[in-house]
Design a protein around this ligand. Sequence first.
Ligand code: BMA
Length: 825
Amino acid sequence: MVRIGFFVVLIFLVTNVMGQINLSWKVQHPVSKAWFPFGEKGSVQEALIAANQLPDPFVGMNENKFAWIENYQWTLESEFILTESEINQFVELDFPSVDTYASVFLNGKFVGETNNAFVRYRFDVKDKIVLGKNKLKVVFTPPIMYQKPRMAKVGVTLPAPNDVGTTKVAPHCRKPQYQFGWDWSLRILTMGFWESAKVDVFSDNKVLANYSNTLELTNEQAISEFTLVLAKESEGSFTWKSKLFGEQALKSVNKQLKRTETLLNPKLWWPRGQGEAHLYEDHWVLQNENGDVIFEKDVRFGVKKVELVQEKDQWGISFQLKVNNRPIFCKGADYIPDDIFPARITDEKLKNSVKTMLDCNFNMVRIWGGGFYPRESFLEACDEGGLMVWEDFMFACAMYPGTDEFLANVRTELEQQIPRLASHASLTLFNGNNEVDVAWKNWGFQKDYNLSKKDEVLINSYYQKLFKELIPQTIRAFTKIPYEHTSPLSNWGNDAFYNDGTQHYWGVWHGTDPIEDFGRKSGRFNAEYGFQSFPELATLSSFSKPADWKLDSPLMKMRQKSYVGNNMIAKHSNLLYGKTADFQRFVYFSQLTQAKAVGIAVVAHRTTFPRCAGTLYWQFNDCWPAPTWSSVDYYGRWKALQYEVKNDFKDVTIAARIDTLGKEKYVLISDIPTGFLCEIEARIYDFQGKVLDTLMCKQAIAYPHSVELFPQELKAYKKSDFAIQFNWKDETGKSCERLFIHEQFPGKPTSGVEPRVVIESLDILTGKGVLRIENETILQDFWFASKEGKVLMEQNFVHFLPGKYRIEFEFEGNVTKENCYWFYH
Ligand code: BMA
């Protein structure tokens, strides 16, 4: 039999789907004047890399080779064809996200300008189109060039300590602040489109967005409002068909169609662990007067009530979120942009992050204010999984303008973003900014920037207008979701401050506090605290060579963007695990140190509810491969910390509460709303694996609460070294176990016979492997990894009692028996 195979190579300049033309661009090099492909979305930087004109900025010191780009204007061009029938319809340019300062021209005529990367721009170009070929040109101006002649209007130098540029313009720009430089990010100011720009051709009208909003909620009913945003104002009436609520005839007001509906005995949306994250499913069809369908979509929405309780109490001022009248203990992390190049972050990566957070028992994620607003795919995954979203507005660590022009620009951003974000069941809290207020009051801006009393008054008034007037007013016009103007509300440093509101505890990293202070200095809601570590070898190898693997090598120094430096990691890791000259072992120790630091904090926070109502560690992810505070590195490899929080965040867990190192107690913690009866067995071993004692108890535990386990029984053992293994059944009936090591002098190497570690099998087809361990003495924090691929374990960095173990694991990429390695101590 002869098989005929054929390949068709199609090159599309434009694709026309349902009246939408996707635009593909070329870009001109500002110096050589040569044109090269840009594609549909991305940035000039990514286009230069793709055209082999620049190397990967993540490798070595290549970051420096990108600096010149922000000194030039960049021109992009595209073409599209319009037919006879199309030019008689409405034609609009749709730019879902333009980054950031662009002037748009069609067929040589000026169309408009953009100046906010968080705004969707649409331009009506009916009067500029021609039959046949249309030429589109967009000129991008980089931030400093754009702002230099304009920023004087603000009337004061605005402090912007993270902006590493020659002229600090970050606060003037509605563009992700981390791209100007951050203490975990390189500086690359992208110019381009995060999402593809399109030409929209439509005959009558078009729906641009749909929103949902719970207006009122009682036990008996929910009143919800649904909105469709139209492209054009229409005189005629529309028919809005809903599978759940039936048909309704409507007229538009301010380009919007609104309907209010009642749900009887509503099924509520609950955060993960508290109940079902129920989403109503509906199907909407919108028809115009002629009966033409102009919109059709499956929509989902949730019904919930959120309150933020901030009351004076026995400790100070609370910060308690209540969902559906129930106080929730919030646990999770801070989320930063997944890449320095926003356009190349895939929906798959975002969904995977949400999955990891849910698998690790988070119920909240905080979208931090120095990046960008989350995409729909991210929020939809949060809605489905019950992951509450704390949403910052995009302002961080600097002072911002409050001129009429700036406020008008931000108003457009808010009017688009707030209804979109608040439509998601997962959206739980709005926060004005990250650390703007705390910086203004504590970071010495007044002196550092030589600000006069008059300047201070002006900056104060700007703060007031933006964060205390414009943002809350715009929120209130749409939703009842709570808002606070800033996080943290209290600074770290002074003991009394920990009693009021939100806290970002930075006394260890940015101060001189000992690591145990993570357990002692807790705010009422800890929205940030963390410790850095190095990513594992496979990630290090993606950007560096063995010769660079020293803390003070030029590359490692450059990679470390925090002024505090790599020595802070070494300081605490040396104290806990001892010095090592082997860099790979140091990486391992750095991750253990980070896990210990954050673990101490998490357990302290969870066990002090209701004084403490939340714990979000800094930071979940990375925007490039580097030493940072992340628990999952840029390539998705889990650090020790990710495994630690997976255990510490479990709804029913047993954890070690550490006050001073070596003096821990063991606690049962539960977030089960109905309370919980837990049967626990604890076995005490010596380091050779001999059972010294077995303890049992039945512990009833209220919501959310913690109790110390076996305080009396363990007293005698605490004078020497021992291991304690807890076994219990969680709320689903699943057997759980956790092993803790109690050492008189933590960190000293465990002496004993070398374990036998064998990779029994590795199946490339299924991506599954089996590891066997045989050990005669206790193994502490056993870590299994690959120098090239990615190893995925149910648990890693775990202790093993003497014994024989068979461990199944999964892997991705190039994992071989030869390139796997392990550490223990
Ligand atoms: C926090 C964050 C970031 C920063 C981190 C580490 O306060 O808000 O600004 O990256 O500190 O210094």
